[in-house]
Every structure is written in C-alpha cells, then in structure tokens.
Design a protein around this ligand. Structure first.
Ligand SMILES: NC(=O)c1ccc[n+]([C@@H]2O[C@H](COP(=O)([O-])OP(=O)(O)OC[C@H]3O[C@@H](n4cnc5c(N)ncnc54)[C@H](OP(=O)(O)O)[C@@H]3O)[C@@H](O)[C@H]2O)c1
Length: 335
C-alpha cells in the first residue's frame, strides 16, 4: 500500500435541501460477490486517508462491521472526526417491517450513534439471499404497494425523530412511485439513489428528482464492470467503450472510468464509485476536481445515452411477472 496524499480539501461540496453539506463524490462498498469484506474495509481506510468523506454502505453488502472497525480506527488515529464523515446505510428488503431494528444493527456494526443518510434500499419487501443467481425467485414476492411502502417510510421518519438518522432517502424508485408517495411523506427524502452512468442517464427521473430539491446519488457510475453474473446480459453496453467517453478520455489522458466520473460530477449527481485499488480510488476522487470536461464533451456524452439499465432487479419479480421491466413502471403507471 503506497503513501496517502489527503485531497479532502479539494473535493467539491454539495448541499442537501436543508443546507447540510455532502461531498460531491463518495466511495461505494458493494464488493459484487468478488471482493472480501476485509479488502473493502481496507479500501475504505485508504480512501478516507486520501480524502473521501462520503461512504455508501448497506447491511446487505455484509461488510458494515468491518467498515465500522476501520472508521473507529481512523477516528482514533485522528485522521478524521465523526462530523467530517458522511456515512449512509440502507434497510434491506426483508426488514421493511422492522426498520428501527435494522438501523440499530447497522449503527452498531458501523460503530456510529447516528447515520447521516438512511435509505429504503428497494421499494419492494421482496427478499432474495445474497449471492443468489439471476434466475432465483421468492414465491412471497409481491408488487409495489403504496401502503406498504409508506408504512416503511413512516418508520424511517421515526428514525429522524429519534435522532438515529440525520436524513432519510429512497433508492431504485420511478417517477410514478415518487408521484404516489412524495405527497404522503411528512419528511421528504433528502436524496434518491439511482443507477446513473453515461449509457444510462435516466434524464427524466434525474430532472424530476432535482426539480423537487432532492439530491441524486448515482450508483454504478462506471457501468459496474465487476458486477455479479446475475446483473449481466448480452445486450449490456460497456460505458468505458462508448465513443464519447473514449474521445474525452484520450483528450484528457484519463482512464475512461475517470471520464465517466467527471461527467457524473459535472452533470450534478453524486457518484459513488467502488474500487479496492488505491490508484483507482485516488484517480476517481481526483476526477471530482481536476481537469474538467468541456461543454462540448459533456454534450457529446449526453447524446451517447443508450438506455442501458444494468441492475434490472429481476430477482425481485413476483409470481406471474416475467419481465424485469415491470419493476420500473415502463408505461408511466405503477405496475
Ligand atoms: N442502491 C442500490 O441499489 C445500489 C446498486 C448497486 C450499487 N450501489 C452502490 O454503488 C456503488 C458503485 O457501484 P458498483 O460498485 O456496482 O459499480 P462501479 O462503481 O460503476 O464500478 C466499480 C468497478 O469499476 C472498476 N473501476 C473503479 N475505478 C476504476 C478506475 N479508476 N479505473 C479503472 N477501473 C475502475 C473496478 O473494477 P475492477 O474491480 O475490475 O478493478 C470496480 O470494481 C456500490 O459499491 C454500492 O455502494 C447501490
């Protein structure tokens, strides 16, 4: 492991609707069934030493306890203070009826008193086991229900009341689902986590979210080249091979992965790229403040959208539903 240079002061800061600062880039912690919790935690250690302050966690990633050890170590060593960190976590689908218990478990694992941003990871209570394959289905799965979702959201609001979560958020939503639930929320989501990369720009949902003062957080910002088998199909487009990305990468002498992140930061979402490799995660952080893309390059990338969703979510389909598109309300109404 090389020496660390601290770039924290160079990373741009965004503001949530209530004015809370949040870094313009974070590090992801899902190992794609390929990297161990130890490797991921070690990367979080190096990432924070390099200047990352936003860490995107989830109980289903099965590494929060290791990350908690590392956060504790970083604070003990005086590398960072708690108030400088912005840590997220997410309630998994099998815990929608016991959100406080799930949040308390994540807090205990992460060794924190409160989480900065707590997500409903998926809007369905449909469970599938970690490491399952793409054909796996749960017979108890069912379609989205406004009532069930709002029951979960009320529990998230109670986390804010109890001081366990500073902000709450949603993930993997669609415009029809947001239209149905946002008017019912006592506390609005501070952020929406959504798949966002050059070949999948979700312009309509992105604009909808931004117009409501909600911060988009972009997952799979590099097109998740190491994603699990269940999330791969023959039609998928590799972002790092898009012509607009390759051209801009060459012009700036960057790896195409870095170009994807420059596009993300300049487009306005907060990307949360994953890497356990120091040269990669340092290059990714620097993408947020070094040698930005030109307006022409941004426009070329905007025109290169392929509508290529990678995390299709088919394992969450309910009996009778065969097409993963059903999870994403393709006709503008909740399926
Ligand atoms: N809310 C949700 O439902 C949801 C869903 C998916 C992901 N997420 C979050 O989003 C995070 C990021 O998504 P992701 O991990 O799927 O995909 P990603 O960040 O798009 O891709 C990560 C992979 O890109 C490669 N990479 C990273 N930096 C690079 C660089 N500078 N140069 C070359 N290659 C580079 C690495 O591949 P190698 O390993 O081959 O080096 C790494 O494993 C996750 O970790 C997780 O926190 C959330």
């Amino acid at each position: 492991m090389g020496e660390y240079v601290d770039y924290s002061a160079s990373v741009p800061v965004r503001r949530l609707a209530d004015g809370t600062p949040i870094p313009a880039i974070g590090i992801g912690t899902f190992g794609s069934d390929k990297y161990s919790p130890e490797q991921i935690a070690e990367a979080v250690y190096g990432a924070v030493k390099s200047g990352y302050r936003l860490i995107d966690c989830a109980s289903v990633y099965q590494d929060e306890d290791r990350i908690g050890e590392v956060l504790h170590r970083l604070m003990e060593e005086g590398v960072v203070r708690r108030e400088e960190l912005f840590v997220t976590s997410k309630v998994w689908n099998d815990q929608h009826r016991e959100v406080e218990k799930a949040c308390r478990k994540s807090l205990a694992d992460l060794r924190l008193d409160a989480i900065d941003l707590y997500f409903v990871h998926w809007p369905f209570p449909n469970y599938h086991a970690p490491h399952c394959d793409g054909d796996s289905r749960n017979p108890d799965s069912r379609p989205f229900s406004v009532e069930e979702f709002m029951d979960t959201w009320r529990q998230c609001e109670a986390l804010v009341d109890a001081g366990l979560a500073k902000h709450i958020a949603m993930s993997n939503m669609t415009i029809p689902k947001l239209e149905a639930v946002l008017p019912l929320c006592r506390i609005q989501p501070a952020a929406i986590e959504m798949e966002l990369h050059p070949s999948f720009q979700q312009r309509e949902l992105f604009d909808y979210v931004v117009s409501r003062g909600i911060q988009p957080i972009g997952f799979c910002p590099i097109g998740s080249p190491s994603r699990p088998e269940r999330d791969r199909t023959a039609e998928d487009v590799a972002d790092v091979e898009l012509p607009s990305i390759r051209r801009a990468a060459q012009a700036h002498q960057d790896h195409p992965a870095v170009t994807c992140l420059k596009w993300a930061v300049q487009n306005g979402q907060i990307p949360i790229p994953f890497s356990v490799k120091q040269p990669q995660y340092v290059a990714n952080l620097k993408a947020s403040f070094e040698d930005p893309l030109t307006e022409e390059e941004m426009a070329e990338i905007a025109a290169d959208d392929r509508g290529c969703r990678l995390v299709k979510g088919q394992v969450f389909l309910w009996p009778g539903a065969t097409d993963w598109e059903a999870l994403w309300d393709p006709d503008g109404v909740i399926v």
